[in-house]
Design a protein around this ligand. Structure first.
Ligand code: ADP
Length: 413
C-alpha cells in the first residue's frame, strides 16, 4: 500500500509517501518513496519536494491555505515529473495518515477517521488550541481533494503516554479540576519516543516488556520520556507542550506564580504572559539571540557569548535533572536514547548532558560520540552501566504503519 503521511502545522505541511503493508512491516521492508515540505503557508511559500532516487525540487509560490498546499503536494506526487514509483494517479494513494497532536483522554490509540471521530477530535481543540486546528485542516483538505474515496487515519502525539499512572499524570491541584476539565499531564512527541524505543528494542533484540529506557527528544520542542517495561510511565511535557525542558522558544517548567507577578508588573494580560512563555522564552529568551541551537553553539564558540553559553548550560542542566528523576522513577535503566535535531546531531550537547553522571552509571565514549551526526549508533564507554544511543527519529514510519494496521484491522501496538 502507498500511504501519504501528512503533518499539518500552523504554517507548514510536511509529507512523506511510504510503501508498506503487514508483510513489509514484519520484514522491516517499508520504503520511503517521496517526501517534502511546504513552509510559510499564507505568504510566499517555500516548496521542497523529493522523490527517492531523484534530485530535490525547490521553488517558491504564493500558497494561501492548507487545502491549496495539500492539493499541490498531491498533484506533484502523481505527476510524471515527480516520477514516484508505482504512483500515477490519485487511486495509487491508498490511504492517508495524519499526525494529530492532542487526543485528550479519549484517543489512546491510532484511529480510522469518520464524521463522529472528527467531531471528537474537534472537541480536543480546547486542550490544544495551537495544534489540533492545523492538523484538522489537513483532514478537511484531504476530504475535499479525495472525496470519501480514501481512508484517513489519525495518529496522536499523546497516545503513547496513555500508560502513565495517575500519580504521574495528575497535578497536585484540587482533584475536581481534573474531573471537571481533564486538567492533567498528557505528554507529547509520543510517536517519536515510541519509535526510538522500538528501534532500540530491535537493535538489542529485546521483547517490548524488557525495555527500560529514558528517551530524549531534543529538537526545537524537547521532551524526555521514562519508559518502563516498554510503556511510558512519565514524560516532561504536560497538559500542553509548554511544560518540562527548556526549548527553542518555550520556557519549560516555571513557578506558576510568575504568571501573576509578570502580569501585575508589566500590565500583561494572562494570554500575553502565556505567549511570552511559549514564544519568547527558552533558548531565545536566555540568549537574546535565537531559538536555533546550532546558532547558539556558534555564538558561544566563536564569540564566547556569555548568554549563549548560559543558554546551553541551562538547557543541559534541566535535562540532567530530568534524567536523574527518571532514573529514580524507572529503577534499572538500560539506556539513554537521544533523538531530534539536537539529540541526533550535536555531540557537544550530548557530551554536556552526560558530563559528571558516572555516579548514575553513565559514562560516555567521547570519540564515538564525536562520530555520530544524524545516524544511529552507540556512544557509551564499554564500562558504562547505562548504554548511550543516538537514534534518528522516524515518526512518519510509525504513522504509515499504524495507518496500515487500522485499515487491515490488525492489532495496534
Ligand atoms: P522540530 O522540533 O522543529 O522538529 P528538529 O528536531 O528539526 O526540530 O530540531 C531543530 C533543532 O536542532 C534546532 O535548534 C537546530 O539548531 C538543532 N540542530 C540541528 N543540527 C544541529 C547540530 N549539528 N548541532 C546543534 N544543533 C543542531
Amino acid at each position: 500500500m502507498n500511504i501519504l503521511v501528512l503533518n499539518s502545522g500552523s504554517s507548514s505541511v510536511k509529507f512523506q509517501v511510504i510503501e508498506t503493508d503487514l508483510d513489509l512491516i514484519a520484514k522491516s521492508g517499508d520504503k520511503k518513496l517521496a517526501s517534502g515540505i511546504i513552509e510559510r503557508i499564507g505568504s510566499e511559500s517555500i516548496i521542497s519536494f523529493k522523490a527517492e532516487g531523484n534530485p530535490p525540487v525547490k521553488q517558491t509560490a504564493p500558497i494561501r491555505d492548507h487545502k491549496i498546499a495539500i492539493d499541490k503536494i498531491v498533484k506533484w506526487i502523481i505527476s510524471k515529473e515527480a516520477n514516484v514509483p508505482n504512483i500515477k494517479s490519485l487511486k495509487d494513494i491508498h490511504a492517508v495518515g495524519h499526525r494529530m497532536v492532542h487526543g485528550g483522554e479519549k484517543f489512546t490509540r491510532s484511529v480510522m477517521l469518520n464524521e463522529q471521530i472528527i467531531r471528537d477530535i474537534e472537541d480536543c481543540i480546547e486542550l490544544a488550541p495551537l495544534h489540533n486546528p492545523a492538523n484538522l485542516k489537513g483532514v478537511y483538505a484531504v476530504n475535499d481533494i479525495f472525496g470519501n474515496g480514501v481512508p484517513q487515519i489519525a495518529v496522536f502525539d499523546t497516545a503513547f503516554h496513555h500508560t502513565m499512572p495517575d500519580h504521574a499524570y495528575l497535578y497536585a491541584i484540587p482533584y475536581q479540576m481534573y474531573r471537571r476539565y481533564k486538567v492533567r499531564r498528557y505528554g507529547f512527541h509520543g510517536t517519536s519516543h515510541r519509535y526510538v524505543a522500538y528501534r532500540y528494542r530491535l537493535l538489542n533484540n529485546l521483547p517490548k516488556k524488557q525495555v527500560n529506557v529514558i528517551t530524549l527528544h531534543l529538537g526545537n520542542g524537547s521532551s524526555v520520556c521514562a519508559i518502563k517495561n516498554g510503556n511510558s510511565i512519565d514524560t516532561s511535557m504536560g497538559m500542553t507542550p509548554l511544560e518540562g525542558l527548556i526549548m527553542g522558544t518555550r520556557s519549560g517548567d516555571v513557578d506558576p506564580a510568575i504568571i501573576q507577578f509578570l502580569s501585575h508588573k508589566e500590565g500583561y494580560s494572562l494570554a500575553e504572559v502565556e505567549s511570552i512563555l511559549n514564544k519568547e522564552s527558552g533558548l531565545l529568551g536566555i540568549s537574546g539571540l535565537t531559538n536555533d541551537m546550532r546558532e547558539i553553539i556558534a555564538e558561544a564558540e566563536e564569540h564566547d557569548d556569555r548568554r549563549a553559553k548560559l543558554a546551553i548550560t541551562m538547557y543541559c542542566y534541566r535535562i540532567r535533572k530530568y534524567i536523574g528523576s527518571y532514573i529514580a522513577a524507572i529503577g534499572n535503566v538500560q539506556a539513554l536514547i537521544f533523538t531530534g535535531g539536537i539529540g541526533e546531531n550535536s555531540d557537544l550537547i550530548r557530551a554536556k548532558i552526560c558530563e559528571g553522571m558516572e555516579i548514575m552509571g553513565i559514562k560516555i565514549d567521547q570519540d564515538k560520540n564525536k562520530e555520530l551526526h544524524g545516524k544511529e549508533g552507540l556512544f557509551s564507554d564499554d564500562k558504562s552501566a547505562v548504554a548511550l544511543w543516538s537514534i534518528p527519529t522516524n515518526e512518519e514510519l510509525l504513522i504509515a504503519r499504524d495507518t496500515v494496521r487500522c485499515i487491515e484491522k490488525a492489532p495496534l501496538p
